[in-house]
Design a protein. Sequence first.
Length: 276
Amino acid sequence: MQIYDVTEYSKLSPSAYKKEVERLQIELLKLQNWTIEHKKKLAIVFEGRDASGKTGIINLMKRHLIPKHINYVNIGIPDQKKSKYWFDTYRKEMPKKGEITFFDRSWYSRATVEITMGYCNKKQYTSFMRRVNNWEEDLLNEGIELRKIYLSVSKKEQQTRFKKRLKDPLRYWKLTDHDLSMAKKWDIYSFFKTQMLDRTSTQNHPWVVINANNKMLARLSSLRFVLNEFNYPDKNLEVADDWTSKITNYSYDFKGVTFENLSHQQFELLRKNLRE
């Protein structure tokens, strides 16, 4: 298991954030073109609690990609047939040559949501945990490049997002009875989540955990992680110390006064002097 957090992103102003998103989306399109040209098969899994930002990050990633070469998978609560043939259900959703498939929750629902909520029994859960690592090795042998991201959100932040959804006349419907029931079983889910991360993080397919309490940081970190994983042509991902110094619109708040459009050097000097 790996913890992935680009802490330098916390310094970005909203306008700088938008520029960095656009820059990384351009890089993602380069990655897609490489995937198409070389007939690669990329599968990107996003797991996490309700309101951890999975769908938002996926939408950001695929927004400017070529539609016919991407797939979005969210099976939801499976029917009896899908539940019985669990691995087959997801095997059918795997990318073909030249495709990128985004999983908004995945086969790992069995290891977390399903067992927590009683949608599967203990025998099904045990069988899944015993088989999943070998199943993913089979995917690798078939040429499928799998990356697994877990978005970690705190209990307090989840409740804050639930309240915002409930009050939003355009988004209230996103908060379901299922979400509320899951939240009540926080500790049970936590137990199974820990089991999943510990037992299914392998050398070829490690889990990457991203702190999702800050949506901006989670989105940029997720984009950057995926791009760092592949060697596509004309790759332009500068290391943090390089690209932070080139951003020209940092902002800094001091006692109610906001300084905007700062260079990285100005930002650091201002922060140092005002703190002293």
